[in-house]
Design a protein around this ligand. Structure first.
Ligand SMILES: Cc1cc2nc3c(=O)[nH]c(=O)nc-3n(C[C@H](O)[C@H](O)[C@H](O)COP(=O)(O)O)c2cc1C
Length: 334
């Protein structure tokens, strides 16, 4: 299997040459809202609904993606558990994995009916599991099939249908394991910018190795949007800058601590419904990166949140380790 180079997120015409025969005029509709200026990447086992709810507390404007969900899971799995989301998550995009056009069309329709704002086809994820199923990154080698899939998905729903793909497919990267390929993607931003210049009407969202909101802002001079993955997840405090810096809107909270406090009612509700505290708080561990008390915050949650009966009080006890001036301390250290 050829390894794939560099990750980026394109609108449908990332596979332009092949899609053209299927598309009605106008060929590329701009995405309706501006949320795609900043997207939080789909990340399996990370961007579950708890994570998305938490991220939404930090940015009201970003477009948030689900983990990839296969068509098999959508059509035959526990739909409420796999596809359920909180209304507060909007705008939220459902990422699908699959390569059977009919199954993708049906799954897209189910997603649209459930209220997702966009449906995205994964043509970029190189995990072993995904390759076995003939979807994800291996679809990069089958652009006609991708074209067929996107065409039927577009016909099935009124919401935007997008494709997340890589900018190339390359045997030279064959030495990298799927995880390495995912974690250390060779990047070529200039190539993505060139693609945008060549197809100005095509919405293009760039992704891969973008470390900060300031870096994201710089990309916006060249492309329509930026997608951030690991930096958003591992250092979620960065998301508080998204609305002011990229959307000219106030941040939802003026500190990471205030955002964390706003998670408490959600924790109470979800734990009362049977969720384990750790399933929620594991996504919050990076919130106080590099500020006094951060290590004690993480340690408390790591040991206590997994215990039976752990709930909002456990989270508040962890928060007590972090002072009110956490963000100021981080800024001073930067
Ligand atoms: C833990 C993890 C899970 C991922 N799962 C998915 C996925 O489900 N679908 C997908 O298209 N990409 C997936 N990716 C790739 C990310 O969406 C993103 O393209 C990649 O991490 C590069 O962006 P970044 O450098 O900002 O992290 C995953 C990445 C990570 C680290």
């Amino acid at each position: 299997m050829a390894r794939l180079r560099r990750v980026c997120n394109f609108g449908p015409a990332g596979i332009y040459a092949f899609l053209q025969p299927h598309l009605s005029q106008p060929r590329f509709k701009p995405l309706k809202n501006q949320a795609h200026r900043f997207c939080i990447a789909p990340m399996m086992e990370w961007t579950d609904r708890h994570c998305r709810f938490f991220h939404r507390l930090l940015t009201r404007r970003a477009l948030i993606y689900t983990e990839m969900i296969t068509t098999g899971a959508v059509l035959r799995g526990d739909r409420a558990r796999l596809l359920g989301f909180d209304p507060a998550e909007h705008p939220v995009a459902l990422q699908l994995g699959g390569s059977d056009p009919a199954a993708l069309a049906q799954s897209a329709r189910i997603g649209a009916d459930l209220g997702y704002d966009e449906v995205n086809l994964n043509v970029g994820c190189p995990s072993d599991r995904v390759q076995e199923g003939r979807f994800g990154a291996c679809l990069m080698a089958e652009p006609r099939l991708v074209g067929d899939c996107v065409a039927v998905m577009k016909a099935a729903v009124k919401i935007p249908v997008t494709v997340k793909c890589r900018i190339g497919i390359d045997d030279q990267d064959a030495g990298l394991s799927p995880r390495e390929n995912r974690d250390i993607p060779p990047l070529d931003y200039e190539r993505v910018y060139r693609l945008k210049r060549a197809h100005p009407a095509l919405p293009i969202i760039i992704n891969g190795g973008i470390p900060s909101v300031a870096a994201a802002a710089a990309h916006l001079d060249h492309v329509d949007g930026v997608m951030m993955g690991r930096a958003a997840y591992q250092e979620p405090w960065r998301l508080l800058d998204v609305d002011p810096t990229l959307f000219g809107a106030p941040a939802p909270f003026d500190s990471s601590r205030a955002a964390a406090c706003a998670l408490v009612p959600y924790i109470e509700r979800e734990v009362a419904r049977g969720a384990r505290l750790h399933a929620i708080t594991r996504h919050v561990l990076g919130l106080f990166h590099a500020v006094p008390g951060a290590r004690a915050f993480r340690r408390h949650l790591a040991t206590e949140a997994v215990k039976p009966g752990a709930g909002a009080k456990t989270f508040l006890d962890a928060l007590a380790f972090v002072g009110d001036g956490a963000d100021a301390a981080r800024t001073a250290a930067a």
